[in-house]
Design a protein around this ligand. Structure first.
Ligand code: URP
Ligand code: ZN
Ligand code: ZN
Ligand code: ZN
Length: 475
């Protein structure tokens, strides 16, 4: 058989196995796994490298409207470029419904933003902010059939948050249609109350973002989201878990028999609330929700990864420029933390951080690394086995990983639109040196190398976690 490309002599790692073999690629797919493959247009020597399924980052914010006068630092061009630099072949971005907007209208707008601009493959989660009977009863079932099989709801943020009855109605609709719901768990009323108290005391600097969003506000909301899901009997994903108490809620729900997925992010392993307390306004760079906590919470999140309480390690890439009146340092944000846009960049640094701090330091295995950064994302969000593994028939989405390459992270390596990285100066060992997306080399040696854009939109199957209910089944 003649191949388009052969990757030779590499050590292949999947979520379950590590083995040495060659990979034959034709028409964008893996068509052979064997030793001694020959006869290809292009032969890549991967001796000394790990050959991994391309990273899948299932929690990425791109080109989202972020409040008056605030501009997100990445669109689909720069955001997917940065994803490729970091060894990712697929990202799942959010399509935010505005109040009064139909989901179809929202999707049309996001498809327009993404079209012909993506360097890696892309899919969309819906964000439901206006769960009208029409949205839940008519639109959602049709959209799930069309391949939009996941959605996010917020328990916090004025204008985005849903009340508990709205969350229940959304969960129930998800159960009927087989959609998977991601939940942002923080108690908005508690946060509002604490912000009021901070205002009375004149505590308005960036560090107070963290003290107004304490662990119990996340733990309570996590417990409530899990309870609401239990009431309706539907699986959910608890996203961006920052601490032990919220993690233990997930563990307990699973012990009760609930089907729950959990996600944590690099910021909860690497940052603490002290980072928000840096000189002048520099703390604004680290403002995200939930906020980074403390060393003990970092340790808990590591345990969650080691013990597979967390299925997903995602970036929650949500980039804003720091030194910019349309970003972190907008006029209102300089005066009061509540106007600092929430979110930090991280799509390019997710894999190197987990590999270096996790695999190289013996906290997780290489196979867990693959599962938590790629395979589980594909399974959970309906892309498996096309994506997320190295197998005959799968898309040839492959990251060649140099486990010995030492890199000092600096912002200029990352190709994103933000003017900083929270991980500036961090030394990591292990770095993606080449990325193939459906057989095409998109990134090599830290530079984008493909002509034009390679990424396509991916309609998805239902989640592997979802057991589809009959439409007429009720609680
Ligand atoms: O601060 C964060 N995480 N911003 C992104 C939006 C979200 O809640 O995921
Ligand atoms: Zn969130
Ligand atoms: Zn509880
Ligand atoms: Zn997010």
């Amino acid at each position: 058989m003649r191949f388009d490309t052969i990757i030779r002599n590499g050590t292949v790692a999947t979520a379950s196995d590590t083995f040495v073999c060659d990979i034959g690629i034709r028409d964008g797919r893996i068509v052979a796994l064997a030793s001694g493959l020959e006869d290809a247009t292009d032969i890549i020597d991967a001796a000394g490298l790990f050959v991994l399924p391309g990273g899948i980052d299932s929690h990425v914010h791109l080109a989202q409207p972020s409040g008056e006068g605030i501009v997100m630092a990445d669109d689909f061009d720069t955001g997917t470029r940065s994803a490729a630099i970091g060894g990712n072949s697929t990202v799942l971005a959010f399509c935010m419904q505005e109040k009064g907007q139909t989901l179809r209208e929202a999707l049309k707008a996001y498809h327009r933003k993404a079209e012909d601009r993506c360097h890696v493959d892309v899919a969309f989660h819906l964000v439901i902010t206006d769960p009208t009977p029409d949205v839940l009863g008519q639109e959602l079932p049709a959209l799930v059939e069309d391949g939009y099989t996941s959605l996010k709801v917020f328990m916090t943020y004025e204008g985005l948050r849903l009340r508990d009855d709205e969350i229940l109605a959304t969960l129930d609709a998800a159960r009927r249609t087989g959609a998977l719901v991601m939940v942002h768990c923080e108690n908005e009323d508690a946060i509002r109350y604490l912000i009021g108290r901070h205002e009375e005391e004149g505590k308005l600097a960036p560090r107070y973002h963290a003290t107004t969003r304490p662990i119990p506000a996340e733990r309570e909301a996590t417990h409530r989201a899990l309870s609401l899901a239990e009431i309706v009997d539907v699986p959910i994903v608890i996203v961006h878990v920052s601490n032990r108490e919220a993690m233990e809620e997930i563990r307990r729900a699973r012990q009760r028999g609930q089907k729950i997925a959990g996600e944590t992010c690099p910021q909860y392993l690497m940052l603490t609330a002290d980072d928000l307390d840096r000189d002048a306004l520099e703390g604004a760079k680290y403002v995200c929700s939930p906020p980074p906590r403390d060393k003990a919470s970092q340790q808990a999140c590591w345990e969650g990864l080691e013990q597979d309480v967390f299925d997903l390690f995602s970036s929650d890439h949500c980039p804003f420029r720091y030194d910019d009146a349309e970003g972190k340092l907008n006029e209102k944000g300089k005066r009061h933390f509540r106007w600092i846009p929430n979110g930090i960049p991280g799509v390019a640094t997710r894999l190197p951080i987990l590999f270096s701090e996790g695999v190289m330091k013996g906290r997780i295995t290489l196979n867990q690394f693959v599962a938590q950064t790629s395979t589980n994302h594909a399974k959970l969000y309906g892309l498996y086995p096309r994506k997320g593994t190295i197998a005959v028939g799968a898309d040839a989405d492959i990251t060649l990983w140099d486990p010995d390459k030492r890199v000092r992270i600096t912002n200029d390596l990352l190709a994103h639109g933000a003017d900083y990285t929270p991980y500036e100066g961090l030394e990591v060992r292990g770095w993606p040196v080449r990325l193939l997306v459906r057989g095409r080399t998109v990134m090599a040696s830290g530079a984008m190398v493909a002509e034009g854009t390679t990424g396509i939109y991916l309609p998805r199957d239902r989640s592997g976690l979802v057991r589809q209910q009959k439409p007429d089944a009720s609680v």
